[in-house]
Design a protein around this ligand. Structure first.
Ligand code: NAP
Length: 309
């Protein structure tokens, strides 16, 4: 038996993922063909990288699931022509990469690294002793695969971590709250946004909610650009209420070269690199889901189309 999994992605996506996908699929108890031709409307699965290549999925009548190689699904979740399950990437190196990015940027601000990185001018700057982690409250917005992993890593370093989610959670080391987001933000010195973009999360950081952070707080946004009201952030930076924002995601990507965020002295721009899907572990997740589909078992990481993530 041959199962057909249509690969949707750019040449670069194909170069990155094809070998690992084919290699993982050889371990399955059936053959898997991985064509790239969108005319292959008899595909049993669609394996999709980030780039949207087709809008109309109506012809793919045999498809059992769309298996995304990326964590986010904002661009496809509302597509009415996708009548089969959508599964997003969880694992695939995304959690480990995000923990490393978030921890690195938290520690940069926590220990005041910039003072010494930019101060190589013969001046002995030894007067400021940063607080210990235990005295630096951090809030993580979103306690899903990535938020929970980052929150646990930060708690492991000794930071008091508050996490916010829609549903109740019980995660060791994290004070988990739901409801009004200001309950999670009150007094936080660093906030990390790891929410999907939905109607309920857009502009979640705005003038009112940013006002609940401690004076001089730092914002890290590896989630989605739309989570922050950009004007509110710029105002809060200008007033000093927020001291710095490290932004990895933006309303428009790539961030236009003339955007005010570039070169802003209180903003660090990183180009949506906080965490990338790694080919080998991601291929294992895709192969597992194809095996499940063929065995009639529930898919892993199926998106809830009504909540949008
Ligand atoms: P996830 O597992 O779906 O988790 C999302 C979390 O957000 C969940 O805890 C969810 O609450 C919470 N949430 C959603 N809507 C909410 C609302 N209205 N109020 C309160 N909490 C809400 O997603 P993930 O895998 O952790 O990924 C998080 C985000 O990271 C992605 O959506 C993507 O935007 C971003 N990301 C960025 C990069 C990068 O390189 N920059 C890479 C990968 C992912 P429940 O648990 O109660 O459902």
């Amino acid at each position: 038996m041959t199962v057909t999994a249509l690969f949707l992605g750019t040449d670069a996506d194909w170069a990155k993922f094809s070998l690992a996908l084919l290699s993982e699929c050889t371990a399955l108890p059936f053959d898997v063909a991985l064509p790239r031709d969108t005319a292959c409307t008899t595909a049993d699965y669609i394996v999709m990288a980030g780039s949207r290549i087709i809008d109309d999925f109506t012809p793919y009548t045999r498809c059992k699931a769309l298996l995304r190689l990326w964590a986010g699904v904002e661009d496809i979740v509302d597509n009415p022509t996708i009548t089969f399950p959508i599964c997003r990437m969880v694992g695939g190196g995304l959690d480990a990469g995000m923990v490393e990015w978030v921890t690195a940027h938290v520690l940069r601000h926590h220990v005041g690294m910039d003072v010494h990185l930019h101060g190589q001018d013969g001046v002995w700057r030894d007067t400021v002793t940063p607080p210990l982690a235990a005295d630096r409250p951090i809030t993580v917005l979103g306690l899903g695969a990535l938020g929970a992993a980052c929150g646990k890593a930060l708690a492991g370093l000794g930071f008091p971590v508050t996490g916010w989610s829609r549903s109740p959670k019980n995660i060791e080391g994290i004070h988990c709250v739901q409801g009004d987001v200001t309950r999670a933000l009150d007094g936080a010195q660093i906030v990390v946004t790891l929410l999907p973009r939905t109607a309920g999360t857009e502009n979640i950081l705005n003038t009112r909610t940013l006002g609940h952070l401690a004076k001089g707080a730092v914002v890290l946004n590896p989630g989605r650009g739309e989570l922050i009201n950009d004007d509110a952030l710029l105002d809060a930076l200008a007033s000093g209420h927020i001291s710095h924002a490290t932004l990895d995601t933006f309303r428009q990507e790539p961030l236009p070269a003339d955007h005010v965020f570039w070169g802003h002295p209180q903003i660090t721009v990183t180009p949506h690199i906080a965490s990338a899907t790694r080919a080998e572990p991601a291929a294992k997740v895709i192969a597992e889901n194809i095996a499940r589909g063929e065995a009639g078992k529930p898919f892993l990481h199926q998106v809830d189309r009504t909540s949008g993530y």
